[in-house]
Design a protein around this ligand. Structure first.
Ligand SMILES: *Cc1c(COP(=O)(O)O)cnc(C)c1O
Length: 383
């Protein structure tokens, strides 16, 4: 049964309302930066980096201009030979492999797991060759990839593990040993994005890297700032990839809100889990008991994939926006045809692109709105 429409329209994300709640602090942060005129590398950058490092359990944090640059810098720091192979998931956002392709490295796709959407360790094992330089694990939609297995594979084969943590900031993973680590702090390098719609978003573009090793952290810091050791002395070819002072100041305000927002996203996910559990024809997002899930997305699968678009249209008519992350797998993207993969080579990625649907999830989604969304989905399946 479809409930009456909620009193305020449902949005995929309501950044205007989230920011309105923080308006006095955001205004103050902006006014301070304006007054200081220290727009590049001003004191708020170091302050935010310190705060984020503390939030992430003491990791070294290197700020940069965006999450894609973070991946570029991570690969540059590995000093790999031209043509080295970089194993990436076949189901991810394109930025994960774009950097490798631009740097003259060779992206090698590996299949993902149908329930968690994350890299399948067996597929990574099969893709490893003597030319492999790194594995990039993506913590897709907010849950850690199988870091236990992926770290073991990387260590055994002497290749670097990079974590693309653009979607899972604050998630943690528990190893068999009992050790718990933050997403991004397990591999040689973790990368993240502060794109406005990410769980920790700024008001423009921004990104960061995390590193366990202080020597690598220093190298990354240098690479992100024209490869310089001091102003006008350049050790390496680097990038101009800095986090603006203004964005850093705003991020300090937003970081204080992140634990609350994460808990709110988890509560939304729990309500979806309960409300949709009995709906035949739906596959709900799997939780890996070893990982916390920060629910950047709540992504369902329609078991009969050819009904997915009908469900999306049905919801759109009822005022429920949804998104398809991602509609076309990497191996079918025109830009990556040169990698030479054949249609049907990644059946899980293919199936997911046809079956997934991400529902509205954000910290201000109300129970009333959620019950309407759940009711609308149940009505489609007649349950
Ligand atoms: C957003 C995102 C990126 C890129 O971040 P930008 O800041 O937009 O460059 C990389 N990987 C994944 C998985 C992402 O979701």
């Amino acid at each position: 049964m479809i409930l009456p429409a909620p009193s305020s329209p449902i949005q995929l994300l309501d950044l205007a309302a989230e920011h309105a709640l923080l308006q006095p602090a955001l205004n103050e942060a902006m006014a301070d930066v304006l007054k200081s005129a220290a727009f590049i590398q001003g004191p708020p950058v170091a302050q935010f980096v310190g705060e984020l490092g503390e939030y992430l359990g003491g990791a070294h944090v290197i700020p940069c201009a965006n999450g894609t640059d973070a991946l570029t810098l991570a690969l540059m720091s590995l000093n790999l030979p031209a043509g080295a192979e970089i194993i990436v998931p076949a189901f991810t956002y394109v930025a994960t492999l774009e950097a490798a392709a631009l740097l003259g490295l060779r992206p090698v796709l590996a299949e993902v797991q149908p329930d968690t959407f994350n890299l399948a360790p067996a597929a990574v094992a099969a893709a490893l060759t003597p030319r492999t330089g790194a594995i990039i694990a993506v913590h897709l939609f907010g849950q850690c990839a199988d870091l236990q297995a992926l770290r073991a594979l990387a260590t055994r084969h002497g290749v670097a593990l990079i974590e693309d943590n653009a979607q899972a900031i604050g998630a943690t993973f528990q190893f068999e040993s009992g050790e718990t680590a933050f997403a991004g702090a397990v591999g040689e390098v973790g990368t993240t994005s502060f794109f406005p719609s990410k769980n920790l978003g700024c008001l423009g573009d921004g990104g960061a890297l995390t590193a366990r090793d202080p020597v690598r952290a220093a190298l990354l810091r240098q690479l992100a700032n024209h490869g310089q050791s001091q102003k006008y002395y350049h050790q390496r070819i680097g990038l101009n990839s800095r986090l603006d002072t203004l964005q850093a100041a705003l991020l300090s305000v937003k970081l204080r809100q992140l634990p609350h927002n994460t808990a709110a996203r988890q509560a939304v996910a729990a309500r979806y889990d309960a409300g949709l559990a009995a709906v035949p024809g739906l596959i709900l997002p799997a939780r890996d008991p070893r990982s916390t899930h920060v629910y950047h997305q709540y992504t369902i699968q329609v078991a009969e994939a050819d009904r997915r678009d009908d469900l999306q249209n049905h919801l759109r008519r009822l005022g429920v926006p949804t998104m398809i992350y991602y509609p076309l797998p990497i191996h079918a993207q025109p830009a990556y045809v040169y990698l030479g993969y054949r249609a049907g080579q990644f059946p899980v990625a293919d199936r997911l692109c046809g079956a997934v649907l991400s529902l509205p999830i954000h910290p201000l989604l109300t129970a009333e709105q959620q019950d309407y969304i759940i009711g609308s989905i149940r009505a489609f399946f007649g349950s």
